[in-house]
Design a binder for this molecule. Structure first.
Ligand code: HEM
Ligand code: HEM
Length: 225
């Protein structure tokens, strides 16, 4: 068995990933501060205005996050096979079972498919796609309270009555989902580093340079990409 280098993550996916990492870091930090302002500075509010600035950063990062999300969505249609999510494809369930066994240390290597495995795809889909969409809609609805009758309120104002209890309930879910994002990142880092070590397939560096290693029979035919 030889290893072949294969181009898996196209540059738009890698750019989306790292822009997302920066934006989520800013959103989590500013969001948690909005929810629980752990420090203040003495002085007149007009001169200090920490909370105002933090809310502005949250809001600026939020607009970029929405743009990046739409960019990734677009790439799911025009990108290569690894940029797509197709649960209806043949073998999805059996690949999923194989991946679970791999994560439970019941099988050794699992780089059957070079892109995301099925478990990773499901996690990305639930947390990053549904989760991001929820953060966007709930965030827009909360912004809609700051600008009643504005664009945000017209797009997502319906989220507030949907969750009941005034905007308090929706704000709490926006907060709770933040912790789901944080948990995702911890597990994500464990899984990608674990895969890199166990499969020795360059998973970690693949999200920087796009290339992963696949096992092939026969001669070493290094990919030209
Ligand atoms: C990963 C994405 C995001 C994270 C982790 C995040 C996190 C948070 C957190 C923790 C809070 C504080 C909630 C509380 O009161 O306890 C918050 C507030 C808020 N977020 Fe987000 N957020 C994200 C995305 C967004 C987006 C996309 C928007 C808007 C489009 C947005 C708009 C808001 C607004 C308006 C508030 C309330 C600010 C205030 O009360 O002054 N957020 N966010
Ligand atoms: C806020 C932090 C992070 C978030 C939210 C995040 C999220 C994601 C998402 C959604 C994907 C799938 C990309 C797609 O198909 O669109 C992904 C892939 C990947 N990420 Fe991250 N990531 C984070 C941080 C990191 C860091 C710090 C590393 C470096 C070790 C990393 C390494 C990777 C790798 C190697 C992949 C490809 C994994 C595979 O083979 O399936 N991520 N990440």
């Amino acid at each position: 068995m030889l290893k072949k280098s294969v181009y898996v993550w196209e540059s738009p996916i890698r750019i989306y990933h790292w822009v997302n990492v920066i934006l989520i870091t800013v959103l989590v930090a500013t969001g948690l501060f909005i929810g629980d302002p752990i420090f203040t500075r003495p002085g007149e509010a007009y001169a200090v205005f920490i909370m105002g600035k933090v809310r502005l950063w949250h809001s600026m990062a939020a607009w970029l996050f929405i743009a990046n999300f739409i960019y990734r969505l677009y790439w799911a249609f025009v990108g290569n096979e690894h940029a797509q999510f197709k649960p209806w494809r043949k073998g999805f369930v059996s690949d999923g079972i194989e991946s679970v066994k791999y994560y439970l240390f019941l099988t050794k290597e699992h780089t059957l498919h070079l892109g995301h495995n099925v478990v990773a795809q499901l996690a990305y889909f639930t947390v990053m796609w549904i989760g991001s969409l929820f953060m966007i809609l709930s965030g827009l609805a909360l912004q809609g309270e700051i600008f009643p009758g504005g664009l945000q309120a017209r797009i997502a104002g319906w989220m507030i009555p949907l969750f009941g209890g005034g905007s308090y309930a929706l704000r709490s879910y926006h907060h709770l989902t933040t912790w789901i994002f944080i948990a995702f990142v911890v597990v994500h880092l464990y899984l990608v580093i674990r895969q890199d070590i166990l499969d020795d397939d360059a998973t970690v560096s693949s999200i920087i340079n796009g290339h992963k290693f696949a096992m092939v029979d026969g001669e070493d035919n290094h990919d030209k990409h």
